[in-house]
Design a protein around this ligand. Sequence first.
Ligand code: AMP
Ligand code: ZN
Length: 140
Amino acid sequence: MAKEDCIFCQIVAGRAEVSKVFENQELLAFLDINPLSAGHTLIIPKEHYENILDIPDDIISDISVLAKTIGRRMIESLGADGINVMHATGRAAGQSVFHYHVHVLPRKRGDRVGFEEWWFSRTLHPTRDELDEVSNRIRL
Ligand code: AMP
Ligand code: ZN
């Protein structure tokens, strides 16, 4: 069910302008309006699901395959040297639009995106006991 106040549902309904990259009955891919790099693409299901916990497995799987296809196109057509595929569930993780989406980000060597510097400057340095304690809590 579409949600009236959801910008991505409005995009699916054709009530907001986007630059489309791919569309079929189930999925839509379009350019992010505030890209981190040229070609930064969002893939969404046409149905409204809020996050990774809500979305059915078969749709998440189709989105992953589409991310791979779009990623390959970014390498072939945009000359990307690499691809990031990213997702945020929950405000704490940085989610700002609460309609499930995956970011596909074309990367070039030495580009200004800079996750890598940020990531390595913030990593923790746990002991093996600390790692084991956490893995025991998550283990399925
Ligand atoms: P997130 O922070 O992971 O929830 O990502 C939401 C993304 O949606 C942001 O990168 C926004 O720039 C993007 N966005 C929001 N509104 C629009 C829009 N109307 N068209 C295209 N991208 C949008
Ligand atoms: Zn929606």
